[in-house]
Design a protein around this ligand. Sequence first.
Ligand code: C5P
Length: 242
Amino acid sequence: MTPKSGTRKTPSQHPMTPVPIVALDFPDSQAALRMVEVLGDSCRFYKVGSELFTAAGPQVVQALRALGNDVFLDLKYHDIPNTVRGAARSAAAMGARMITVHAAGGRQMIEAAVEGSGAGCSVLGVTVLTSLDAATLRSASGAKTVELSGEVLRLAGECAAAGAYGVVCSGLEAKKIHAKYGDRLRLVIPGIRAAGGKRDDQKRAVTASEAAKAGATFIVLGRMVTEAADPRAELRLAVASI
Ligand code: C5P
């Protein structure tokens, strides 16, 4: 099949400044929707991941959409191509604007996701999780010599070849991907932290401004915003720093 062009499916975005996406990693929809209310018009793009989706299902995606938000459904599919094609189709029908697959699932699987998602939903490949460092990647993959940034670039290449809209990567590798693939791959950067802020389980964290400089199209802000005493102020600070 012919991979779709990466420019066909473009969620609303500013060409230069990365669009902030807040990760709603909450155990139920009430908590998630409370955060959406707190953030008000300072955020219009939300990420629903495994925790919230497993608890609240498609209804929470529909509730976010009904409030006028875009939804990034981050379920990181990794299965046989036929199953991922179907999952992508269901996610698009639910109203998700972006979805993720693990790039390690292979080119055919990524292509199947792109096919299934159709024109209104974009596919992002997750390269190497930002919670992994070189040692944990080596231990997880069993490859003693695997080099982290080389692996991220290799997986980004698979995504580009499969016609994905972009990749999820850490701010530390984003520059290299941007230099190699330019506008062919949009960069979504999670693991954002305030300078000197606590890192939690993120090993390859960067600040919002570093992510912007590295070429991010979107930045994903999670606990840094949702666990802040004043989430709205924290989000505004991060956006102002870009
Ligand atoms: O709270 P925190 O900022 O660490 O949240 C980061 C979010 O981005 C989480 O929802 C996590 O699942 C997601 N993510 C990530 N690293 C990736 C892909 C997604 O941290 N490579």
